[in-house]
Each structure stands twice: as C-alpha cells, then as structure tokens.
Design a protein around this ligand. Structure first.
Ligand SMILES: [Zn+2]
Ligand SMILES: [Zn+2]
Ligand SMILES: [Zn+2]
Ligand SMILES: [Zn+2]
Ligand SMILES: [Zn+2]
Ligand SMILES: [Zn+2]
Length: 262
C-alpha cells in the first residue's frame, strides 16, 4: 500500500503533503509548489480548497497560507481514502452527507472525479455526475479517438457527446484530447459542437486547460511547414482538423517540439 503512495525516486525528493506523491505528471497534478519547507501540488491545493496566489514571474512559485495548509493536512490525516484505504485524503465528495474522501492520484482508480471549474467540486464513485440517458451504443461501437471498442453504456470510462449523442469515446482518450486541444479548440471530434460538449465534459471531470489556447494554430502552422498528412489523414480536409485519431499524437509532437506557449 505505502508502495503506491510514496513514490519519491530519491530520498531527498519532497513529497506532496496532500497526496504523498513526489513529482508527478503535471497533467494530473498541475505544478509542484515548494518553498523549501513544504511541498504540494497545484491541483491538490485546488481540490482541497486551499486558496493560493500566483506570484509574478521570477518570484518563487505560488503563495499559500501555511497555517491553512497545515490545518487541512491535519484534517485529512483523520480521513481514510475511499480508494486506497490510507489516511491523508484531502479531497472530499461534494455530495451533502457523503463522508468519502480520496487522494488526487487515487481518483481515477476509484472512478471518482474532480471538476476543473467553478467551485472545483469533487465527487466519489457513487455521487459523480452521470450522463443523461441516451441510446446505448450500437454493438461494436468504437472510440472515435483510439478506435478500440467502448463499453455498452455510458460509464466512468465510456463517455458520449451530449450534442450529437452518437459519438463515443473513452474517458482517457477524450481527456488526452482536451489536454492537447485546450479550451479554444476542444470540441466533439465528430459533430464539432463546442458549447454543450465542453460544459458536459467539464462536469464529467475532464480537464480542459486554458493554457494551450494557441495550440491548434501552432499545430496547423507546423504541419504546413513539415508535416505531410497520411492518406488517411482527415487533417487535409478543411474543417476536420481535430476529428480523427492521430491528432493527439500530432499535438503531442508539437508540444514536445517546443514553440508552444505554456
Ligand atoms: Zn499532491
Ligand atoms: Zn488514496
Ligand atoms: Zn460521495
Ligand atoms: Zn479511446
Ligand atoms: Zn458530437
Ligand atoms: Zn490529421
């Protein structure tokens, strides 16, 4: 158990006081915030509802109230994670009367969600929002992003576009797509709806970062410079740029290649 929690690769690597993890994927944890005495993650702070202030560039990361953090850590130490069973679970289900808490990195395993907007509410597996009933996917329906089959009804792992109601995808696939696309470019890969689609995906716990707003333009630009679309590449057809499976890779390529404002 403690194996999966304490993941410091070296003894000196500081561990987040709210989730017990060192380092971590910024897509899941946000930035790591440390000021020498205490270390935590941006998203662990946000979902534990601990306010922090952005400081101007050049200054030491972000400012938060140490007393508030210490108090929340103490509270969390009395709560057991409903997923891994360990103490120190700082994120609490927003459903009134529900006592379940969890660690940020345990959320996916436990089918719990965190909402990256508004009050930044979180929900346990039982109380997480469900997509309104739509027709079940036809047999052998595949994920529009990875082409693997999806489950036979909406679930934690299987989501559907609320606008066209017939485009299905895996949570992990649409999450990756959202991280690549950002708020400006994120839409249903098939019907291209953005308003209803974004609202519903955010409610379901998909993180749609605002920081990558110029991503599509960047990708578009780079592609013109040096990408030759494959024959199957719908990028070459106007208006379908984000609508097929290789796009996440393409975006990631651009991300790693730099030249993208973050
Ligand atoms: Zn953390
Ligand atoms: Zn846990
Ligand atoms: Zn709950
Ligand atoms: Zn998929
Ligand atoms: Zn759609
Ligand atoms: Zn393409």
């Amino acid at each position: 158990m403690s194996d999966r929690k304490r993941k410091a690769s070296s003894p000196e690597e500081p561990v987040c006081v709210l989730c017990g993890r060192a380092g971590g994927d910024p897509d899941i944890f946000g930035r790591t915030i440390g000021d020498g005495s205490v270390c935590t993650h941006e998203f662990c702070l946000i979902f534990a509802h601990i306010a922090f202030e952005e400081r101007p560039p050049g200054e030491e990361s972000m400012a938060f109230d140490h007393a508030v953090l210490a108090h929340r850590v103490k509270q969390a130490n009395q709560k057991q994670c409903c997923v891994c069973g360990e103490r120190g679970a700082a994120i609490t289900c927003a459903e009134s009367g529900c006592e379940r808490s969890f660690h940020l990195p345990c959320a996916a395993d436990g089918e719990c969600i965190t909402q990256y907007f508004g009050e930044h509410r979180s929900f346990c597996w039982e109380h997480r929002p469900r997509q309104a009933a739509v027709a079940a996917p036809a047999e052998d329906t595949s994920c529009v992003i990875c082409q693997e089959t999806v489950g036979d009804c909406p679930s934690y792992h299987t989501l559907v576009c609320p606008a066209c109601t017939h485009t299905w995808f895996h949570r992990a696939c649409i999450q990756q797509h959202a991280l690549n696309a950002g708020t400006v470019c994120f839409r249903c890969p098939a019907c291209r709806d953005s308003t209803v689609f974004c609202t519903e995906m955010s409610t379901m716990g998909i993180q749609i970062p605002a920081r990558l707003v110029s991503f599509c333009q960047t990708v578009q630009m780079r592609r013109r410079e040096r990408w030759a679309c494959l024959p199957t590449d719908c990028c070459s057809r106007p208006g379908t740029r984000l609508s097929h499976q290789h796009v996440p890779q393409l975006h990631r390529e651009a991300k790693n290649g730099g030249g993208v404002d973050e």
